[in-house]
Design a protein around this ligand. Structure first.
Ligand code: BG6
Length: 485
């Protein structure tokens, strides 16, 4: 077989953001309050996003970074123009549900919210950028949480159906690529931020989480059906917080544990891509005494409406051990893991493993045989700008170059089909796990600190010019030597 060096023609290069981490304007344009608004920065964030601490409104004691974020609500034209300058072929963004349905259970949508995204999509097309839209990136209207308990309630399926019906019809011809739920497996790790769940004392959390997950899986399948009915051109994907587990040692117990941990994540995609609950999950739920209430039509809905492609985020590989030792623990994307002695880590302890991305891609392609779309990858780092806001971010360039090379190998050497690649936080934005601005991923620097100080001015980092070359050469030119104009 001949190995080509580049990427397939039409490969969708771009960047990704999420509404709650960049838009701000939390109370503008008729928008309602959402779970993602009321999660503060600071030590209470973790107990709140995991649903251990109930916190459903603003108070004076905390700072809420999503309220203003990077103010993209008002600055999207400037930002999309910068994406266009880098040559983006696609821009992944998410819809804030509570802009479209402020409370979530209304019959009629909020025209101002619909218009906002319509304008934004048109702006993308003006720059030849294809929008890739995440329908929900962690957000749930607050009213749906207070009144119905978030995704634990079956009624959420109807509200979601109402939302997607409006979106697919209104944006027909403007949007072709859709993701139903961002990092659907995060419901297990950050259930309040991911699905509007918090728990009562003594409640069986696993029962609640898997019941809520079932509702999301059914809602996702219904959305896939409607998307295809409204426009056969629509392509719908699932989205996983991915990262292959390695066993800590060749000890069979560790290998078994790694398989189990992978299954915990793949469970969601197994349902969305294969259309049924896998045998291992049914057994595990039974063992744990979890009983999922399903409606008679659910099995058929899941089976008949599987996704067109598999998307995922990848930041790091993970390690599983049958006997994890506390001292070896380190942070990862909303899932802690064990330190890998062979890898370096980011300033936040996330393990850096480009080959791990190739391994993950192969594992997913072997499992599903559907096209992949890498919709998040990147390095969260502290940047130090000069007086013009310029950042010499060679560390970020290195991280991205090595991951793109690994992706190129997966495509050219392993035959994995990949539609595109969007780096996370192409413009600096609020971190989901910590609420910080300090943890930056962007090609574009935003002058704002953890507590909302700064001009919000945008400036180009070195990686901006580097990524432009990457796109221009369709992935052939990854050289770290970049001319900064
Ligand atoms: C994923 C999310 O978890 O990773 C994003 O989809 C998030 O919302 C990204 O921002 C990076 O994580 P963090 O915690 O560094 O912002």
């Amino acid at each position: 077989m001949i190995e080509t060096k580049g990427f397939p023609k039409g490969f969708l290069w771009g960047g990704a953001t999420a509404a709650n981490q960049c838009e701000g304007g939390y109370d503008e344009g008729g928008r309602g309050l959402a779970n993602v608004d009321v999660v503060p920065i600071g030590e209470d964030r973790y107990p709140i996003i995991t649903g251990k601490q109930k916190h459903i409104e603003f108070d004076e004691d905390h700072f809420y970074p999503a309220k203003e974020a990077i103010d993209m609500y008002h600055r999207y034209k400037e930002d999309i123009a910068l994406f266009g300058e880098m040559g983006f072929k696609t821009y992944r963004l998410s819809i804030a549900w509570s802009r479209i349905f402020p409370k979530g259970d209304e019959k009629e949508p909020n025209e101002e919210g619909l218009k906002f995204y319509e304008n934004l999509f048109k702006e993308c097309h003006k720059h030849n950028i294809e929008p890739l839209v995440t329908i929900t990136h962690f957000d749930v209207p607050m009213h749906l949480i207070e009144e119905y308990g978030g995704w634990r309630n079956r009624k959420m399926v109807d509200f979601y159906e109402n939302l997607v019906t409006v979106l697919f019809n209104r944006y027909k011809g403007l949007v072709k690529y859709w993701l139903t739920f961002n990092e659907i497996n995060v419901i297990l790790h950050a259930p309040f931020m991911g699905a509007g769940l918090y728990f009562k004392e003594g409640e069986n959390e696993m029962q609640v989480k898997y019941q809520a997950a079932h509702h999301e899986l059914v809602a996702s399948a219904i959305a896939t059906r409607i998307a295809h009915e409204v426009d056969p051109e629509n392509k719908v994907g699932c989205m996983l917080a991915a990262g292959q587990y390695y066993p800590l040692t060749p000890k069979p117990e560790d290998v078994f544990e790694a398989m189990q941990k992978d299954r915990e994540n793949y469970f969601f995609i197994d349902v969305q891509s294969r259309g049924e609950y896998p045998a291992y999950a049914l057994k595990e739920l039974e063992r744990e005494g979890v009983e999922i209430k399903m409606e008679p039509e659910d099995a058929e809905i899941l089976k008949a409406n599987t996704v067109d492609f598999i998307s995922f985020s990848y930041y790091a590989s993970r390690i599983a051990s049958a006997e994890p030792v506390k001292e070896d623990a380190t942070d990862g994307n909303l899932m802690g893991t064990v330190k890998n002695p062979y890898l370096e880590a980011s300033e936040w302890g996330w393990q850096i493993d480009p080959l791990g991305m190739r391994i993950t891609m192969n594992a997913m392609y072997d499992r599903y045989q559907k096209p992949l779309f890498i919709v998040e990858n990147g390095l969260g780092a502290v940047d130090t700008p000069d007086e013009n806001g310029y950042v010499e971010d060679d560390y970020r360039i290195k991280y991205l170059a090595e991951h793109i090379e690994a992706m190129r190998d997966a495509i050219n050497k392993d035959g994995v089909e990949v539609w595109g690649y969007t780096t996370w936080g192409c413009i600096d934005l609020v971190s989901a796990s910590t609420g910080e601005m300090k943890k930056r991923y962007g090609f574009i620097y935003v002058d704002r600190d953890n507590y909302g100080k700064g001009t919000l001015e945008r400036s180009k980092k070195k990686s901006f010019y580097w990524y432009k070359n990457v796109i221009e050469s369709n992935g052939k030119d990854l050289s770290l030597d970049v001319e900064v104009k």
